[in-house]
Design a protein around this ligand. Structure first.
Ligand code: SF4
Length: 497
């Protein structure tokens, strides 16, 4: 493949690669889909962009920097960047460097004695996972590799081992792009970059279209409506809960849509030794996905895979929190409490984004839970437990770790997501609480409810818009009530014959 931008005229940028890592179909949509089919950008994405910009300004405060971010023409910015790197400017912000069909736009370029290393400024965590499990993110590493590649091509790279991310905590996370990613993973991020680059070149040249695949990211993507329409037309296998793109891409060699899968005999995909013929999908999963295909294709009635026994109590608590990961803040602990036929909602809200306010709301929520002699609590995913453990570490005077573990013990708390995924089947395309509660007839009072929208409302609230608070509480209450509706729905399910 030659290195020119002329094939299709598109330059490969950091965002092309970032998008490709998030969804391989996204660069194709950006290049070839009708722009009129784009959904409107959500206020949440606007908020993220504003935060990112503000965080970049904060990260650069007090540093001597050649700031090129306000040079409006791309051509002028590119030549100013080239001039700056040729004169060994110590730190360059907002530059653009091009080589062949590559266009790198690292947030900063830092002169390290013999050449430049690129860095990106992120208003979020610089790594994924916690503590010793923390590791660099592929979607950050690959765009950094593009910057290193361009620097090498113009002869101004230092090396591939010192790219970096300045994260939300002002820590510098070093991204060694050529190190093996793990003991069992000899490939490096540089290998990932080469592979992504080659794929995106083929996509932009019009010789490859990875096609849509339903995944969590879709709901925040501007092509959501367009891709959903296409996926339904295709009756795509990713419309089966938990199947996903990578399993779809192997299963598709045997059956290419939900209808054909539903009408197929899954035993034909399992050999005489009981081994699956579909790489990466074991025999049990294969049968399970087939069950899902049948249920979805026939729009059948949801059912239990085996008899289910859930703990009972006079008091049931349906618990849901609202958090802003960008601020690392939990701003609401909400409960719908049910005693027989009586229900009430309680929300413990942080009035401002400070540690004091967060601690106060956490303390009130813990006291509320403590006020019950016995209860069964329902959550949807382990998210609440993860946050309460983190809050306990942050505010150890509020309660002990043992108390948090006791609350979330199996005797006291039921994770309905785990129940849904392990013991039930639904004719839906995913297992989110929004999808399942809506399937059961529940509706949210807000037209476009989401955790992301709640974060944007909270941002407005602390910016002085008091009207946003009832919106947040109403949304949280509806999420708690959705869990109640789902529990009642699960209790009604029959075991499949
Ligand atoms: S909607 Fe989903 S499949 Fe379509 S481009 Fe966006 S992330 Fe990819």
């Amino acid at each position: 493949m030659t290195e020119t931008a002329s094939e299709g005229g598109r330059l490969i940028s950091a965002s092309s690669l970032y998008d490709y890592i998030s969804c391989p179909h996204r660069p194709w949509m950006d290049a070839f889909a009708d722009p009129n089919d784009r959904d409107t950008v959500s206020p949440f994405l606007d908020l993220l962009w504003r935060r990112q910009r503000a965080h970049e300004q904060d990260a650069l405060k007090g540093k001597e920097v050649v700031d090129l971010s306000n040079v409006s023409s791309i051509a002028d910015r590119t030549s100013a960047t080239l001039q700056a790197v040729c004169s060994d400017a110590p730190l360059i912000y907002g530059g653009i460097l091009c080589a062949g069909d590559l266009s790198a736009e690292p947030d900063v370029l830092r002169f390290d004695g013999t050449g430049y290393v690129p860095g990106d400024i992120k208003a979020g965590a610089g790594e994924e996972g916690d503590g010793e499990d923390a590791k660099p993110k592929k979607r950050y590493a690959v765009p950094l590799a593009l910057s290193v590649d361009v620097l090498e091509r113009i002869g101004r790279s230092n090396n591939k081992r010192n790219a970096f991310v300045w994260d939300v905590n002002d820590d510098e996370i070093v991204y060694d792009l050529v190190a093996a990613k793990g003991k069992r993973t000899p490939e490096s991020f540089w290998d990932d970059y080469q592979s992504a680059l080659s794929d995106v070149r083929e996509i932009y040249a019009g010789v490859r279209n990875p096609g849509p695949g339903y995944q969590g990211e879709c709901k925040h993507c501007v092509w959501y409506s367009s891709c959903q329409k296409r996926l339904r037309e295709m009756d795509d296998l990713t419309l089966l809960p938990q199947l996903g793109r990578s399993k779809r891409d192997v299963l598709i060699e045997h059956v290419n849509n939900v209808e054909k899968f539903a009408n197929s005999d899954p035993s034909k995909l399992i050999d005489e030794k009981g081994k699956s013929l579909v790489k990466g999908i074991g025999p049990e999963s294969l049968v399970r996905f087939h069950d899902r295909a049948v249920l979805k294709h026939t729009n059948g009635t949801p059912y239990l895979r085996s008899p289910l026994s859930l703990p009972t109590s006079d008091v049931e608590l349906f618990f849901d929190i609202e958090t802003d990961p960008g601020r690392n803040l939990c701003y609401l602990h909400g409960f719908v409490e049910r005693r027989g036929s009586e229900e009430r909602y309680l929300g413990f809200f942080t009035t401002d984004p400070t540690a004091e306010a967060e601690r106060e709301a956490f303390k009130d929520a813990i006291e509320y839970v403590r006020s019950h002699d016995s209860f069964v609590m329902y959550i949807y995913s382990k998210y609440e437990r993860t946050w309460w453990r983190a809050l306990q570490e942050r505010y150890p005077d509020v309660c002990s770790r043992e108390y948090i573990d006791e609350i979330f013990s199996e005797a006291r708390t039921v994770d309905l997501l785990q129940v849904v995924q392990s013991q039930t089947e639904w004719p839906t395309q995913d297992h989110t609480i929004k999808t399942l509660a809506r399937y059961l007839g529940f509706s949210w009072r807000d037209a476009h409810p989401s955790g992301a929208a709640s974060i944007e409302w909270f941002d407005r609230y602390i910016g002085g818009d008091a009207s946003a608070k009832p919106q947040i509480l109403e949304y949280n209450e509806d999420d708690c009530r959705a869990a109640l509706v789902l529990l009642d729905g699960i209790r009604q399910l029959r075991t499949r014959d």
